[in-house]
Ligand binder design. Structure first.
Ligand SMILES: [Zn+2]
Length: 188
């Protein structure tokens, strides 16, 4: 442990070496401001979003870069205060392996995205609630869409929640249950 030669205070570690919290106060504050600014700059926002609209990406890489979970379709990034959605392609006839009936309605131009919850009736809690209140809360929703099974995801860009509806869909055991469908419109 080191002490200040001028005031005998215990020295603290900084990125510029050992400093005295009393004598080097101004310098330590400057370092703290600098550190916070760097941290802010590293937080992903719409301005520095690392993916390009219309380009295709490996889902795993997107998840890692945007701090998403490994599996979840709807992801909330707390630091950047945005939502990331992955829509996967369906293998027709194999519905039991993918109980979410997500689809794009070309007539209305809306994505129908099923909420989270594989079993039983879905509830408006967790990420479902976050998505449902995204318009009020001003949270950006970034949308990634897989067009074919096994292929990379297209970054569709930002979408806006237009409506939440309830529907009946079979769950992972084929049993009918209530789900929430989020109707999402791409932002031009
Ligand atoms: Zn000192």
């Amino acid at each position: 442990m080191q002490f200040c030669t001028q005031c005998d205070s215990k020295l603290v570690k900084s990125r510029n070496g050992q400093k005295c919290p009393k004598c080097d106060k101004g310098e330590l504050e400057q370092l703290e401001i600098q550190k916070n600014n760097e941290k802010k700059a590293s937080i992903i926002s719409s301005e520095n979003f690392p993916f390009e609209k219309g380009s295709y990406y490996v889902q795993k890489d997107v998840r890692k870069k945007l701090n998403c979970g490994i599996m979840s379709g709807i992801n909330y990034n707390q630091e950047g205060n945005f939502i990331v959605i992955f829509m996967n392609a369906h293998e027709l006839n194999k519905q039991e392996t993918n109980p979410y009936l997500d689809r794009y309605d070309s007539e209305t131009g809306l994505y129908h995205y099923t909420g989270k919850g594989l079993k039983g009736d879905q509830t408006l809690t967790g990420v479902n609630a976050r998505l449902a209140s995204s318009t009020v809360d001003g949270i950006d929703i970034h949308f990634f869409r897989q067009h074919n099974v096994g292929s990379n995801h297209e970054y569709v860009g930002l979408v806006k929640l237009e409506k939440v509806i309830q529907n009946l869909q079979p769950d992972e055991h084929g049993k009918s249950r209530k789900v929430y469908e989020f109707l999402l419109r791409p932002v031009e």
